[in-house]
Each structure stands twice: as C-alpha cells, then as structure tokens.
Ligand binder design. Structure first.
Ligand SMILES: Nc1ncnc2c1ncn2[C@@H]1O[C@H](COP(=O)(O)OP(=O)(O)OP(=O)(O)O)[C@@H](O)[C@H]1O
Ligand SMILES: O=C(O)C1=C[C@@H](O)[C@@H](O)[C@H](O)C1
Ligand SMILES: [Mg+2]
Length: 182
C-alpha cells in the first residue's frame, strides 16, 4: 500500500508524514527531499537556476521511481498532484490523503519562510498579509479541484500534529482491515 500526502505548501505533509509512517510501521519518503538529494541543489536553487518546468519533470520522474516501494508513506510537494499525469498515476497506485488547511493558517506558516520559491519574493520584499492571502487564494482557486480528488480529506487547520496523525492512522487502519477481509 502507498499512502500519498497532498496539500498546499506548509499544510504539514513533511511534518506529519514521518510521524504517521512511524505510527503505522511504514517506510517514509519525502518527494521534495528526494529531488534535493538527486539534484544536489535546494528547491529554491532548482527553481531559480533551472526553472519550474525542469523541476516538474524531475518531480514526475521521481514520483514514479519512489512509488516502486510498497508499504510506504510519501509526502508530496504542494504542486505534485496538479500535474494530470501524476494525479492519474497516484489514483491508480495508492491512497491519497489531503491535508486541508485554511488560508489564515497557511499565511502564518508561510510569512517567514524563504525556502518556498513560490512565496520567497513576498517574504524578501516584506509584503503585507493582503498580498500573501491574495497569492494563496489564487493558487488555491487553481489547485483545489486537484486536492479534492483525494480519497480522504483531513481538516487540520490548528489541530495538533498528533491528532492529525491519529485521524489519518485510524482511517488507513480501517482500509487495511477491509482489504484483509476480502
Ligand atoms: N499542527 C501543525 N501541523 C503541521 N505543521 C504545523 C502545525 N503547526 C505548525 N506547523 C508548522 O507548519 C509548517 C508545515 O510545513 P511542512 O514543511 O510540514 O509543510 P509541507 O506541506 O510539507 O509543505 P511543502 O509543500 O512546501 O513541502 C512547519 O513549519 C510546521 O512546524
Ligand atoms: O506548491 C508547490 O508548487 C511547491 C511546493 C513545495 O512542496 C515544493 O515542491 C516546491 O516549493 C513547489
Ligand atoms: Mg514538504
């Protein structure tokens, strides 16, 4: 079984993923971390020096590569699921969980981080909340229809990490039990 964690930047995929894997006794991969390892560059450097479309190509290739593992949790990048080819592949090969977080919470988490290329300029230019919220909403308008294709949505705005992990773990456990019955 492959469990894919999707959701907006800073929704918590990379924070929740390793804890969830530990709780369920599964292996863990973080797609962004695999890209950084393979390219020997940070995500920001890849975007700045090689461009977003190059990043997306590597992302799609490595998504398929790490999906050769079984019994694994994979934390995706925030944009991975918005590539139709990736969405189709994950629907066919795993169980997708959407970590849904409201725009105010995303703003609080994003406003000081310079390691997200799609928000770095706003942070560096010390833009105000309005600009952040506008960009978050614009991206969410385009991306929600992809995130909502997930098999399970967990609303996790200000929920402690442990509770998010518990809720996903219970849901996955139910799935595994069902599978074992058949
Ligand atoms: N309850 C919470 N659950 C998850 N993360 C939280 C929570 N409260 C605060 N945070 C913080 O929010 C941030 C979540 O970032 P994280 O890197 O996990 O997101 P991500 O979904 O992997 O983003 P990206 O798409 O950019 O990889 C971290 O800085 C984490 O410490
Ligand atoms: O939402 C996005 O498009 C991204 C999210 C991050 O996980 C990284 O994959 C990168 O910063 C792009
Ligand atoms: Mg991440």
């Amino acid at each position: 079984m492959i469990i894919y964690l999707t959701g907006f930047m800073t929704s918590g995929k990379s924070t929740v993923g390793p804890i969830l894997a530990n709780v369920l006794g599964l292996d863990f991969y973080d797609l962004d971390e695999e890209i950084v390892k393979r390219e020997g560059m940070s995500i920001v450097d890849i975007f700045e020096q090689k461009g977003e479309s190059y990043f997306r190509k590597v992302e799609t290739r490595l998504l398929k590569e790490i999906s050769n593992n079984d019994d694994v949790i994979i934390s995706l990048g925030g944009g991975t699921i918005t590539i139709d080819e990736n969405l189709k592949f994950m629907k066919e090969n795993g169980f997708i969980v959407y970590l849904k977080v409201d725009n105010e919470t995303l703003y609080r988490r994003l406003k000081n981080k310079t390691d997200r290329p799609l928000f770095k300029d706003l942070v560096m230019n010390e833009n105000g909340k309005e600009e952040f919220i506008k960009r978050i909403n614009n991206l969410l308008d385009k991306r929600s229809r992809y995130y909502e294709q997930a098999d399970l949505t967990i609303e996790c705005d200000s929920r402690p990490v442990g509770l998010t992990v518990d809720r996903i773990a219970q849901s996955i456990q139910r799935k595994i039990n069902e599978k074992n019955k058949h």
